[in-house]
Design a protein around this ligand. Structure first.
Ligand SMILES: Nc1ncnc2c1ncn2[C@@H]1O[C@H](COP(=O)(O)OP(=O)(O)OP(=O)(O)O)[C@@H](O)[C@H]1O
Ligand SMILES: [Mg+2]
Length: 266
C-alpha cells in the first residue's frame, strides 16, 4: 500500500513504431492539484487516456486508489471524473438530460441522483437553464455542464484535459474558481492540462512537464522557475522544452479548430 492516489510506473504507449509516451513514472498524493504541461504532441492526452482506461498501455502500470486500471477497469472508472479535450455532450439533449444519462450510466441511484444533479447545476450556475437544449449553450456554459457531469458520481480524482481551451479569460477564471473550490470542499485530487501558463501558475500546487513522451521536470511553479534561473514560469517552460507553451504562429481559434479536426470537413 502507499499514499498515492495516482501511481504511474514505467508507463509507455506506442502507436506502431512511434513512442508517444516513453517510460514515465510519477505519483500524485490525495488532494493534490497537479498541472501536466507540455507542447503540442508531447503525450499529455495519451497519458490521460491511459490513466482513465480509454487506452491500454503498451507497457508499465497505472494504479488509481491502489487499483490497477487494466485489471480493475470497472472499479477504477468509478473513482474518477473527466472533462475531455474535445466536448462530449449530447447537443440534442437538454442540460438536465445529459446529466441524468450520465448518472444512470454510472449507476447513481435515482433518489440520490436527482438531488446531486440539482446541487451540481446550481454549483455551475446552470440550474435556470436545466431544460434548455445543450446546442443553445455558449462554449463556457458547455464546459461548466461538462464539469458538473464529471462530478456527478462523487469522484475522488478529477481529470481535466485542456478544459478552458477557446474560452475567454473571464470564463476561464470562473471555471478554475469552481475547480479549486471543489478541491477545498471535497478534497478532490485534480490532474489537468492547459496551454495557458497563468492557469498552471495560479491553480497548480505542482507541475509535471512532459516533452516527446518523457517527463523532463517536476516541481512547484516557483521551484521550476528557480531551477532554470528564470523570471517567470513561462520562461522556465521555454527553457525546458524549447517551445512557448502556446503556439502563437496561428491564432488560437484556428489552432483550436484544427485540433478539433474540423478542417477535415472542408
Ligand atoms: N491514435 C493515435 N495513433 C497514432 N499516433 C497518435 C495517436 N494518438 C496520438 N498520437 C500521436 O502521439 C503524440 C502525442 O499525442 P497527444 O495527443 O498525447 O499529445 P498532447 O500532448 O495531448 O498534445 P496537445 O497539446 O496538442 O493536445 C502525437 O505525436 C500524436 O500525433
Ligand atoms: Mg492533448
Amino acid at each position: 500500500m502507499n499514499n498515492s492516489i495516482i501511481d504511474v510506473k514505467h508507463l509507455t504507449k506506442k502507436f506502431k513504431d512511434f513512442v508517444a509516451v516513453n517510460d514515465i513514472s510519477f505519483a500524485v498524493t490525495k488532494g493534490e492539484i497537479v498541472a501536466f504541461l507540455g507542447p503540442n504532441g508531447a503525450g499529455k492526452t495519451t497519458t490521460i487516456k491511459m490513466l482513465t482506461t480509454l487506452l491500454v498501455p503498451t507497457s508499465g502500470s497505472v494504479r488509481l486508489s491502489n487499483s490497477d486500471v487494466v485489471s480493475h477497469q470497472e472499479e477504477t472508472r468509478r473513482t474518477f471524473g473527466i472533462v475531455f479535450q474535445d466536448p462530449s455532450l449530447d447537443d440534442e439533449l437538454t442540460a438536465w438530460e445529459n446529466l441524468e444519462y450520465h448518472g444512470v450510466l454510472y449507476g447513481v441511484e435515482k433518489n440520490i441522483r436527482h438531488g446531486r444533479i440539482e446541487e451540481l447545476m446550481k454549483f455551475v450556475e446552470l440550474w435556470d437553464r436545466k431544460n434548455a437544449l445543450v446546442k443553445t449553450f455558449s462554449g463556457g456554459m458547455k464546459r461548466r455542464l461538462e464539469i458538473a457531469r464529471g462530478l456527478l458520481h462523487h469522484p475522488k480524482i478529477f481529470f481535466l484535459d485542456e478544459p478552458t481551451i477557446g474560452l475567454d479569460p473571464q470564463t476561464r477564471n470562473h471555471m478554475w474558481n469552481y475547480v479549486v473550490n471543489l478541491n477545498k470542499k471535497e478534497n478532490i485530487t485534480i490532474f489537468f492540462t492547459t496551454h495557458y501558463i497563468e492557469e498552471a501558475e495560479k491553480v497548480a500546487q505542482r507541475i509535471i512537464v512532459i516533452d516527446h513522451g518523457k517527463i523532463i521536470a517536476t516541481g512547484t511553479p516557483k521551484e521550476l522557475t528557480i531551477k532554470t534561473n528564470s523570471k517567470t514560469l513561462e520562461e522556465a517552460f521555454l527553457k525546458y522544452t524549447g517551445h512557448a507553451i502556446r503556439d502563437e504562429s496561428v491564432s488560437s481559434a484556428d489552432a483550436m479548430r484544427a485540433r478539433r479536426g474540423m478542417w477535415r470537413h472542408h
